[in-house]
Design a protein around this ligand. Structure first.
Ligand code: ATP
Ligand SMILES: O=C(O)C[C@@H](O)[C@H](O)C(=O)CO
Length: 331
């Protein structure tokens, strides 16, 4: 089953939200207290997805706000270098800083992220900085949940969503829940639901859907039952190494397994998954194949040091799919 896009649009995907810096620990398997050196990469979930999709060959743009400093310039140059159109990335003029994410790799499955996100430039994106002319050129608007955490970024995103609806741009909502950006579960759920109800495709982990629904141990069937009464016609729910499901409004369910790999760290999985899944959908592959692309891309990125720079090209993904070695889950 294929997913329909408006083929008359020039850009495949525009992502909106944060473009930041990741500082990934060079020393593995030790706590951050002991870590002495870090490698700098571009980070921030929507920036990672944009970079991943651009590396796969999609025509990608980005809407966001960068700090007027060395980090902001590094991010813009890197993204432009991999082919992302940065013409709608604006520069903050009020002294706000770039968000930083320090990562800790305690073991391949025990990773954490220490975020510095007070007063970050990305959350100061103004609605007036979102261009209708730009949004209407895209097949997909990719919205990251974190951009809803504070005003004025929240209103900028809500404006982009209504413009996307007006111009037949498919809205893909990546829940991308980062607890430290939000102050209350009720507030989070309100804004997540507001955007999810208007989105065509919603992607998240089971835990993130629980945050959106403000429930504990939610159920995939309940989630899709509710979302399918609104705009959504495709819902992707990820269950970490146990794989992922895509539920189509037409009633079909597809499952993908995680591909076996030499895991270095867990973060970056979700962003690489989204970029390759969307690449495959836009390229006309069916939903089941697109899930495989997402899974394979994630398994490549968790075996590498960064989230953005490690994004694979299509041949690497296709090779892994061809090998067909899945992670076996007990029970
Ligand atoms: N250990 C692993 N080995 C191989 N593939 C994995 C592993 N962990 C996750 N994946 C793949 O990555 C996909 C997304 O992972 P997950 O559900 O953890 O997303 P996420 O929490 O959004 O990721 P992130 O940690 O980047 O926020 C999974 O559906 C699976 O295909
Ligand atoms: O999303 C962030 O702000 C941090 C990311 O760049 C980081 O690499 C990660 O968590 C990816 O899942």
């Amino acid at each position: 089953m294929n997913y329909p896009f408006n083929e008359n649009k020039e850009l495949d995907l525009i992502a909106i939200g944060r473009a930041c810096i990741d500082l990934n620990a060079n020393e593995y398997n030790q706590p951050m207290e002991e870590t002495m050196t870090f490698t700098k990469y571009v980070g921030g979930s929507p920036a990672n997805v944009a970079i991943g999709s651009a590396k796969l060959g999609l025509n990608v743009g980005f809407i966001g706000k960068l700090a007027d400093d060395q980090h902001g310039r590094f991010i813009e140059k890197y993204m432009r270098g991999v082919g992302v159109d940065t013409s709608n990335m604006v520069t903050d003029k009020e002294g706000h800083k770039t968000g930083l994410a320090f990562t800790e790799i305690l073991s391949p499955d025990e990773c954490s992220i220490l975020m510095y996100r007070d007063d970050v430039a990305d959350l100061y994106l103004e609605p007036s900085e979102v261009s209708e002319d730009y949004i209407q050129q895209a097949k997909i608007l990719l919205v990251s949940g974190t951009a809803l955490a504070k005003s004025p970024s929240r209103e900028a995103v809500l404006k982009s969503v209504s413009l996307a609806k007006k111009h037949g741009v498919k809205i893909v909502f990546e829940l991308d829940y980062r607890p430290y950006t939000w102050t209350s579960p009720d507030e989070t759920a309100v804004y997540y639901m507001l955007v999810a109800e208007q989105s065509d495709i919603v992607i998240g982990t089971r835990d993130e859907f629980d945050v959106m629904e403000n429930v504990k141990d939610g159920d995939n069937n309940e989630t899709i039952k509710n979302l399918f009464t609104h705009s959504a016609d495709l819902v992707v729910i990820k269950h970490g190494v146990e794989g992922s499901y895509a539920y189509a409004k037409t009633g079909e369910t597809f499952r993908a397994h995680a591909y076996k790999t030499n895991v270095l760290k867990t973060f970056g999985a979700g962003d690489s998954y989204a970029s390759a899944f969307l690449y495959a959908l836009v390229s006309g592959k069916d939903i089941e194949t697109a899930l495989k692309y997402g899974s394979a891309s994630a398994s490549i990125v968790v075996s590498k040091h960064s989230s953005s720079d490690a994004m694979p090209v299509a041949a690497e993904i296709e090779q892994l799919i061809g090998q067909g070695e899945y992670v076996k889950i007990e029970g």
